[in-house]
Design a protein around this ligand. Structure first.
Ligand SMILES: Cc1ncc(C[n+]2csc(CCOP(=O)(O)OP(=O)(O)O)c2C)c(N)n1
Ligand code: SF4
Ligand SMILES: [Mg+2]
Length: 308
């Protein structure tokens, strides 16, 4: 008896009744998913997504992909190595004439901050060093969201997480992933947020037009991990930009440009006070020392980049 196995290239090849509505497995108001929706619309079908374990992994139900292109799942540490394998396979197919140039696919790593800022750093550094032609999209919800919002190397000062429930929240500072990538002199770097879709669209178009290692970091308001009402996602995104705690910027040819300079800059408290992860800074009494430290950090950043 013979059995026919059908290999699907992506959602576009699926019978309509099997197409999953993207986002059905995710928390309502997920800011990471909002950014991913916007980015996927711009990247289109000719894309292979290499996904490191995290919240977005829940989107895929084998053998179906949640995005219009293809989907490969890897361990947290190895998505850039997976991307190298996919890129090499495509290059071999091209060289052997098995696919035409117009059938080539774009290779995209999709990971959370735990993978991008931490566990996957070594394979990321190696991939950039080799000049791998890939786009790395990090949705940064500032913690290990999928496993209950434990602290990650992207958790900001003062935020409470499942592993830092003390009176002052997280004692460390958010790692500067943008600067770490910039030190490798990649082809392109940018920060985005789903609540600023025009800025996001321009940066994705720019990234699409370039070759080599490229990074996009999307701050991703996370109702479940940051403790806010899901309908506040867009407003919290706006406040992240208006208070200056999430600078929107890009890096091209060694030059960093800020694409939105918040003027006047709102006090950072406006952003902090709408999230339960910072509630301990306001009640039962205000933690003036920590609030001042967070504000000073934001002010120092903008002073240093000449927009104070
Ligand atoms: C080496 C390793 N340690 C722990 C886990 C369990 N784990 C799965 S997803 C996840 C959180 C990943 O965090 P992040 O990359 O920020 O993605 P998010 O869950 O926030 O989307 C963890 C710790 C794992 N898959 N591999
Ligand atoms: S935990 Fe946060 S990042 Fe993960 S799906 Fe829920 S809202 Fe999105
Ligand atoms: Mg995360």
């Amino acid at each position: 008896m013979s059995e026919t196995v059908t290999l699907y290239r992506g959602m576009k090849d699926l019978p309509a009744e099997h197409v999953l509505a993207p986002g059905t497995a995710m928390c309502p108001g997920c800011g990471g998913l909002q950014a991913l929706h916007e980015v996927q619309d711009l990247l289109g079908r000719d894309t292979v997504v290499v996904n490191a374990a995290g919240c977005m992994t829940l989107l895929a139900n084998y053998p179906y992909t949640p995005l219009p292109g293809s989907w490969l799942y890897t361990s947290m540490a190895s998505a850039p190595a997976g991307a190298q394998g996919v890129r090499d396979a495509l290059d071999i197919q091209l060289a052997k004439g098995r696919i035409r140039a117009d059938e080539d696919l774009r290779v995209v790593v999709l990971s959370g901050d735990g993978a991008a800022y931490g566990m996957g750093m070594s394979s990321t550094s190696g991939a950039i060093e080799r000049g791998l032609d890939f786009l790395y999209l990090c949705y940064d919800n500032e913690g290990y969201g999928n496993t209950g919002q434990q602290s990650s190397p992207a958790t900001p000062l003062g935020a409470r997480t499942a592993t830092e429930l003390g009176p002052h929240g997280h004692a460390g500072a958010k790692k500067d992933l943008f600067a770490i990538w910039a030190a490798h002199r990649p082809a392109y770097l940018a920060t985005i947020i789903g609540s600023e879709p025009l800025d996001l669209a321009r940066k994705i178009e720019k990234a699409r037009s370039l070759k080599g290692p490229r990074l996009i970091i999307a701050l991703s308001p996370c109702p479940a991990g940051w403790d806010f009402d899901p309908q506040e996602t867009v407003e919290i995104g706006h406040l992240a930009v208006k208070t200056g705690i999430w600078p929107l910027k890009e890096y091209v040819d060694g030059v960093v440009t800020h694409t939105r300079v918040p003027r006047p800059r709102l006090p950072v408290e406006e952003y902090l006070k709408c999230q339960g992860r910072y509630a301990h800074l306001f009640a039962p009494q205000r933690d003036e020392t920590m609030l001042a430290a967070i504000q000073a950090k934001v002010d120092r950043y903008w002073d240093e980049v000449g927009h104070g």
